[in-house]
Each structure stands twice: as C-alpha cells, then as structure tokens.
Design a protein around this ligand. Structure first.
Ligand code: APR
Length: 170
C-alpha cells in the first residue's frame, strides 16, 4: 500500500473514496464537510439523512453523487476544542482505521483523507499527523493487499511539509 501526501482540495480527487471529516449528525457543516456537500450536491445530504448519524471514531459510507470519487466515507473525529482528553488519540486513530475498513468493504482501492479533527475540532496538527501516518501504516502492514493507495490531503502549506517529513521517516 502506497501512502502519499498531496496538497489541494479533496473534492477534486478522482480516487475511489474520499473521507469526510463530519460531525455526529452527518448533516453537513463547514470546512471539508461543507466543501464535500457543496460539490456532491443535495443528493448526498438526502442519503446522509437515512444513516442515523455516526458516533465519534466510527465511519459510514455513501455514494459520491456529483463528486469525482465513487464513494464518500464519513467519519467523525474527536472535538478537542476544550483540550485533548484521555481517549481522544485513540478515537482519532479509530477514524482512520474504521474509514479504511469501510473503504475495503466497498472494494475501494484508493482512499484520500483530510486531516481529520485539525480544523474546527482543534486537534494539534503535529500529533494528528503522526496518528494519521502511524494508523494508515499499521493498516497497510496488517492488510497488505487490501488497498493500493492512501492519499493524505494537506490543505495548508505547513500540513504538506508535516506529512512529507513523517512519511520520509521509517
Ligand atoms: N480539502 C481538503 N482539506 C480541507 C478542505 C478541502 N476542501 N477544507 C478544509 N480542509 C482541511 C482543513 O484545513 C483541516 O486541516 O480539513 C481539515 C479538517 O478541518 P475541518 O473541515 O474543520 O474538520 P474537523 O476539524 O474534523 O471539524 C469537523 O467541522 O465542518 C465541521 O461538520 C463538521 O462539525 C464538524 C467539524
């Protein structure tokens, strides 16, 4: 499994599945959630209404609708605006792990992640990037033939540098 870092708008990526950093209602929001719903069109929200929400650390799939990606895997990262508490790191890791498990279940061979929880939810970017890289690497080690490529999408310049530095280390 190849893991690459790429900077840009995740809604433009023609990968099999893009991951959405949603909230527990799954009814849209700002940030990447807002961008994905905007590009996917109203059909995505309609489909999400039928999902009954999503617990933090969990992941649920929908179609990609008007997006170039075939599927969207919605996950909910920990909201750490009041500080990172016990269990938040594990919940963030669970977002990456469960999203990959759901993507494999769909038959997706390429998956792109935003930097979950590092925007509105306030997760420290360095710690979140390490969790992302470590969790995706561990998944690839445990399921070597399941997915061909995972793209870690950076939105800001510093996000790209951070991912590239972590990926350059063994
Ligand atoms: N493409 C890729 N990455 C993006 C995009 C985009 N179009 N837009 C924002 N990002 C990046 C942000 O820069 C940040 O690094 O996604 C990361 C996650 O930030 P948020 O979207 O704010 O998500 P999160 O921190 O997980 O907060 C989730 O925000 O939008 C609401 O409904 C959402 O309540 C939920 C909360």
């Amino acid at each position: 499994m190849r893991i690459t870092a790429w900077q840009g708008d995740i809604t433009t990526l023609a990968v099999d599945a893009i991951v959405n950093a949603a909230n527990e209602s799954l009814l849209g929001g700002r940030g990447v959630d807002g961008a994905i719903h905007h590009e996917a069109g109203p059909g995505l929200l309609e489909e999400c209404r039928g999902l009954g929400g999503c617990a933090t650390g969990e992941a649920k799939p929908t179609g990609g609708h008007n997006l170039p990606s075939r599927w969207v895997v919605h996950t909910v990262g920990p909201d750490v605006r009041r500080g990172v508490g016990d269990g938040d790191a594990d919940l963030l890791a669970s977002c990456y792990r469960r999203s990959l498990e759901v993507a494999v279940g769909l038959g997706a061979r390429s998956v792109a992640f935003p930097a979950i929880s590092t925007g509105v939810y306030g997760y420290p970017k360095e710690a979140a990037a390490r969790i992302a890289v470590d969790t995706v690497r561990a998944f690839g080690h445990d399921h070597p033939a399941s997915i061909d490529e995972v793209v870690l999408v950076a939105f800001a310049d510093d996000d790209l540098d951070r991912y590239q530095a972590l990926l350059a280390r063994d």
